[in-house]
Design a protein around this ligand. Sequence first.
Ligand SMILES: [Zn+2]
Length: 296
Amino acid sequence: MRLLSPLFCSFAALLAIIPAASAAECGPQALGVSRIVQIDGGERLALGLQTYPRTLALADRELVLTFDDGPAHGATERVLEALKAECARATFFLVGSHAAEAPALVRRIVAEGHNAGHHSYSHPARTLRLMSESAARADIEKGFAAVDSAAGLEGRHPHFPFFRFPGFADTPELVRWLEDKGVTVFGADLWASDWQEMTPRAELDLVLSRLEAAGKGIVLFHDPRPSTAAMMPEFLRELKTRGFRLVHLVPGAGPTPIVHAKPGWTSATEAIIAKTLGPKGLRSEPQEEGRGVKSQ
Ligand SMILES: [Zn+2]
C-alpha cells in the first residue's frame, strides 16, 4: 500500500479534485471516503477477481462502490441522493446511449464527485465478444464520446479511463486495445445479483452477507434497478455501522496497488458467460494464471 501515506499527506489536495459535498456537510456519523487510490491506466491492468486473476489491493473491510448500466431517471437520482447523504463516492460505468438520453444526470454524477466510467454505447445483448472486432471497438468509442459529451468533459478522452465490459464478456484483443489507450478494465470482486428480481431487504441481506464473507472488494451494483436504489441508504448506513470503509478511485500515477489471485484461481464470469452464450461465447485464449478454485 505504497500510496497510503503520501495520499494522506496530500489528502486535502486530492479531495480538492473531488467536487461537490464538502466534508463539512457530513459529520463523523457519515460513511464518507476513507482513502483515495490512483489507478494508472498505463500499467495495463484488468482488475476484479470474478473475471481477472488480480484485483485492487484493499485492506480488510475496505470496499469500492461501482454501478453499471445507468444513468436512468428515477433510480439513479435515488442512488445519488443516498451517496450524497453519506459523502460517499462511487464509479458509475455508464451506457453511452443512456448517457445521451440523460445528459443532466451524467453532469450530476461528475459534479457530485463520482467517476463517469464506461460500459459501451449500446450494451449489446449478445455482448461485445460476439461482435466483430471493428464493430465492438466502434461501439466502445461511441460510448466514450457519448458519456464525455453528456458530461461536458473536454480534453483527455475518455475523461475517466475506466471501462467494464457488458456481461464481463471481454476478448483478449479488446482488452489489449483498451490497455493501449490507457484505459483500465474493471471486473468486480463481488456483486449484489441485483439483475435478479428481489426485494430491497433481500438484496441488502445478500450483499452484506457476501461482503462479510469476502471482507473487502470491488462491489458491483446496477443503479437503474429499483431494489438497489431503495436499499442504498440503509446499505451505506450499515457499512458505517459494521466498520467498512470506502475507497474511491481516481485516474492517476502508479504504481496501482494490486494483489494477484492465489494459485488455482478461476474466472467465475466465464462459467456464467458459457451458460448464457454457449460454446461460441467462450474466450478464445486461456487466462495467464491458471485455473482451478477461486481462492480470494
Ligand atoms: Zn451492464
